[in-house]
Design a protein around this ligand. Structure first.
Ligand SMILES: *Cc1c(COP(=O)(O)O)cnc(C)c1O
Length: 378
């Protein structure tokens, strides 16, 4: 029998979730029914935002948010290279230019000083990423956005439930993006959402989600117009039923993630050559990921974990190192030394609601053994 594989992240589905989905499957509405709006309202309320618009994925939500701002070909948006590709891919899909700014060495979120250096006449927006669930420096970033008349878009796909200065993320930026992929805090299978306090963005987002269709009931019940064509980015009702059921568990999901982060800190803090994530005192991170930095041969440590059935990951190779970003925008290696320095040492350890004490202890033991055996010192 092969030994159990402990992945770096995974969903938690219980009986109530299954029941909620089954009920919708037996109802009249599989899609475009009442569950979508109920889910949107519940998430928006939880995050303290006025409006939520649910999408078929976090990526579709990002694309739609960018489109709603009016960012177009040739415009620039300043963003971090240390994120999942979708953050910048969706700018590129609109013909816009992702202008990278390096990250803070400690919390790995975008460095406000670097943002300032990158502002040009073409800059339209700042896109900030709450890396690993740790909020960015929003007072500083909002100040820069205001001073320079830029929109702020927050990719909070790592950060549902995270707090900045005592307030949940979801209403700091002009638009905040969430993902409900199975490794994220709550899941709808695939799914995403844009949160906003701006009615104009809210209305645009709903049109973008649905082919560009604008209903004009004054001209008849059937009547609609297309001003700009768009995609079908809708999410289904049974997915939103799952999302609603998952959202009921968000507090215990977050509690467990924060407990695990604390336990890692307690168990691993003394190990030489291992650098653990920081938690700035004005934040309460949501800990989507637990990315550590290892001294020495990262590949060797990573392979050692994999061999021992621990599904470590690396989040992420910075985007300026990908062929597309180098060819299209002229980025090259060493352009963003902090992000790159982190990447070369990065390993994400398992952290998710269903991680048992036994499995957690196994992870700790295997890491400690690595050091003892001096496979290579950490
Ligand atoms: C997960 C994620 C996305 C994309 O979300 P999907 O729902 O997988 O499309 C975007 N940005 C970041 C930072 C993410 O972690």
């Amino acid at each position: 029998m092969t030994k159990k594989f402990i992945s770096y992240g995974r969903q938690w589905i219980d009986k109530a979730d299954i029941k909620a989905v089954l009920e919708v499957l037996k109802s009249d509405w599989l899609t475009q029914g009442p569950m979508v709006e109920r889910f949107e309202k519940a998430v928006a309320k939880y995050c303290g935002a006025r409006y939520g618009v649910a999408f078929s994925s976090g990526t579709a939500a990002l694309y739609s948010a960018y489109l709603a701002t009016g960012i177009k070909s040739g415009d620039e948006a300043i963003t971090s290279p240390l994120t999942f590709a979708a953050t910048s891919n969706m700018l590129a899909m609109l013909g816009a230019i992702p202008v990278f700014a390096d990250v803070n060495e400690d919390d790995l979120t975008i460095d406000p000083k670097e943002i300032k250096k990158k502002i040009t006449k073409k800059t339209k927006a700042i896109v900030a990423i709450d890396f690993a669930g740790h909020p960015c420096e929003y007072d500083k970033i909002l100040g820069i956005a205001k001073e320079n008349n830029l929109l702020l878009i927050e990719d909070a796909c790592h950060a549902l439930g995270a707090e900045y200065k005592g307030k949940k993320i979801g209403s700091f930026a002009d638009m905040t993006i969430l993902s409900f992929h199975p490794v994220k805090h709550i899941t709808t299978g695939e799914g995403g959402m844009v949160l906003t306090n701006n009615k104009n963005f809210y209305e645009k987002l709903r049109i973008i989600r649905n082919h560009g269709i604008e209903k004009k009931p004054k001209k008849g019940g059937w009547y609609y117009e297309i001003a700009e064509p768009s995609f079908n980015f809708r999410i289904t009702d049974f997915q939103c039923a799952l999302g609603l059921s998952q959202l009921k568990k968000i507090n215990k999901f977050l509690k467990k993630r924060r407990e695990l982060a604390k336990k890692y800190q307690k168990e691993l803090a003394g190990i030489e050559g291992l650098k653990l994530p920081v938690e700035k005192n004005y934040t309460k991170p949501a800990w989507h990921l637990y990315p550590v930095r290892v001294a020495g041969d990262r590949r060797k440590f990573f392979d050692y974990l994999t061999k021992n059935r621990i599904g470590a990951q690396v989040h992420y190779m910075p985007l300026h190192m990908h062929p597309f970003y180098q060819k299209k925008f002229g980025y090259k290696e060493r352009d963003f030394p902090v992000a790159e320095g982190y990447y070369k040492k990065a390993v994400t350890l398992p952290l998710f609601y269903g991680l048992t004490q036994k499995d957690f202890e196994k992870v700790i033991k295997i890491i400690k053994n690595y050091e003892r055996k001096k496979v290579s010192s950490l």
